[in-house]
Ligand binder design. Structure first.
Ligand code: ZN
Ligand code: ZN
Length: 172
């Protein structure tokens, strides 16, 4: 998968940092709705995985400053959905806003468009990449060293195994 390459940085030691069962504490979560014809399950799993990553979830909550893309702003859409996860009393929430922002943001590339199915892991990778550009617009993703970029700094490869595990769970 493409995002594996993206997350894997030289010098890391997965075996040491990942202790099965210790990092993974599942946050209380809600379902995301996938109405007939929406084909949003790929997006819903990507969002669920991001939500389950404690460090990512907490970091995102603390961040406000970003380069906003309005209707196409993945940062705002993700923040909104996380806040609904936290505060809403509904058991299942619509992911429409996030779906629209994603479609809008990838309009030029003709990817993740409304009604079309896509790959959850690729969607996940692309959401992180967009978050990077919302936070540090002038820096390339593969040499990102910005401390404020949660896509790369906080979301380090130490979490790679955790993510892989989550995708395994959600896709079963
Ligand atoms: Zn925004
Ligand atoms: Zn970055």
């Amino acid at each position: 998968m493409a995002w594996v390459k993206f997350l894997r940085k030289p010098g890391g030691n997965l075996g040491k940092v990942y202790q099965p069962g210790s990092i993974l504490s599942l946050a209380p979560t809600k379902g995301l709705l996938n109405e007939p014809g929406q084909n949003s399950c790929f997006l819903n799993s990507a969002v669920q995985v991001l939500w389950q990553l404690d460090i990512f979830r907490r970091s995102l909550r603390g961040l406000t400053g970003h380069v906003c893309q309005g209707d196409a702003c993945i940062f705002c859409a993700l923040k909104a959905i996380f806040s609904q996860f936290q505060h809403s009393r509904e058991k299942a929430l619509p992911s429409d806003n996030m779906r629209h922002a994603l479609a809008e943001s990838f309009k030029d590339e003709q990817r993740f468009q409304l009604g079309f199915m896509d790959d959850a892991a690729e969607c996940f990778e692309n959401i992180l990449e967009r978050i990077h550009f919302h936070l540090v617009p002038n820096s390339e993703t593969d040499m990102c060293t910005s401390k404020s970029c949660i896509a790369h700094q906080k979301f380090a490869m130490t979490l790679y195994e955790q993510v892989r595990h989550l995708f395994h769970c959600f896709n079963r």
